[in-house]
Write a new protein. Structure first.
Lengths: 117, 118
C-alpha cells in the first residue's frame, strides 16, 4: 500500500522569504500523480500544484514550485516570496494512475505553515 | 468553475439521532464523489467513494451501515450518519471528480461540514 509522510508538523517563515515543505512517499508503482493541497482556516481544500511522475520537469505555479525526486520518492514544495495569505495547513497527496484505483487520494499528515510579518 | 458545496456547514445533534449531509457539484457533473473525515489537526481520511447510480465503496474500517451514502444524481451525494454518537463528531469533507476533464481527474473539494454530537 502507498503511504505519504510529512515529517514537519509545523514550519514558519518570514513574509517575503522562501520556505520548503517536505514530503516523502512510498509506492511500488512507476506511474502516479502527486499533489500539494492547501487548507486555510476556512477548511476549504485548495489545490496548489500537481506533478505527474513520468514528467522529469518540476511543476511550477507562480510562487509555488516542487522538487520532485522520483528515485528518492521525495516531493517537496517551495514557496517563494511568502505572503501572509500562505499561512495554512499543507497536505501532500498521492494518487495512483492505475485504472482500478485511479481516483483515490492518499494524504500525508500535513504541515502547518505560519507566516510572520 | 468546478464548485462543490456542502450543506449544512455546521450541525449539532443529540446522541442517537441521524444526520444527513449533502454534497453538490454546482457547475459540473460529477460521476464520482468522495467522502472524507478529518479530526482536529489531523489529515483527511477517505471514508468512501461514491459513484452515481451504484453502491458506494467503503474503506476498510468504515461501517457502511452507520455511514450511509447515496449518490442519486450526477450533482448530488448525501452522507447520513445514523444513530450518531459523540465519537462521530468530526469534520466531514466531500469532493467531486470532474469526469472527462483530462488526465488528472482532479478532485474538487467542498467546504466541509462540522458535526457535533452531544
Amino acid at each position: 500500500a502507498q503511504t505519504v509522510t510529512q515529517s514537519q508538523p509545523e514550519m514558519s517563515v518570514q513574509e517575503a522569504e522562501t520556505v520548503t515543505l517536505s514530503c516523502t512517499y512510498d509506492t511500488s508503482e512507476s506511474d502516479y500523480y502527486l499533489f500539494w493541497y492547501k487548507q486555510p482556516p476556512s477548511r476549504q481544500m485548495i489545490l496548489v500544484i500537481r506533478q505527474e511522475a513520468y514528467k522529469q520537469q518540476n511543476a511550477t505555479e507562480n510562487r509555488f514550485s516542487v522538487n520532485f525526486q522520483k528515485a528518492a520518492k521525495s516531493f517537496s514544495l517551495k514557496i517563494s516570496d511568502s505572503q501572509l495569505g500562505d499561512a495554512a495547513m499543507y497536505f501532500c497527496a498521492y494518487r495512483s494512475s492505475r485504472s482500478y484505483n485511479t481516483d483515490k487520494l492518499i494524504f500525508g499528515t500535513g504541515t502547518r505553515l505560519q507566516v510572520f510579518p | 468553475g468546478a464548485v462543490v458545496s456542502q450543506h449544512p456547514s455546521w450541525v449539532i445533534c443529540k446522541s442517537g439521532t441521524s444526520v444527513k449531509i449533502e454534497c453538490r457539484s454546482l457547475d459540473f457533473q460529477a460521476t464520482t464523489m468522495f467522502w472524507y473525515r478529518q479530526f482536529p489537526k489531523k489529515s483527511l481520511m477517505l471514508m468512501a467513494t461514491s459513484n452515481e447510480g451504484s453502491k458506494a465503496t467503503y474503506e476498510q474500517g468504515v461501517e457502511k451501515d452507520k455511514f450511509l451514502i447515496n449518490h442519486a444524481s450526477l450533482t448530488l451525494s448525501t452522507l447520513t450518519v445514523t444513530s450518531a454518537h459523540p465519537e462521530d463528531s468530526s469534520f466531514y469533507i466531500c469532493s467531486a471528480r470532474v469526469a472527462g476533464r483530462g488526465i488528472y481527474n482532479e478532485q474538487f473539494f467542498g467546504p466541509g461540514t462540522r458535526l457535533t454530537v452531544l
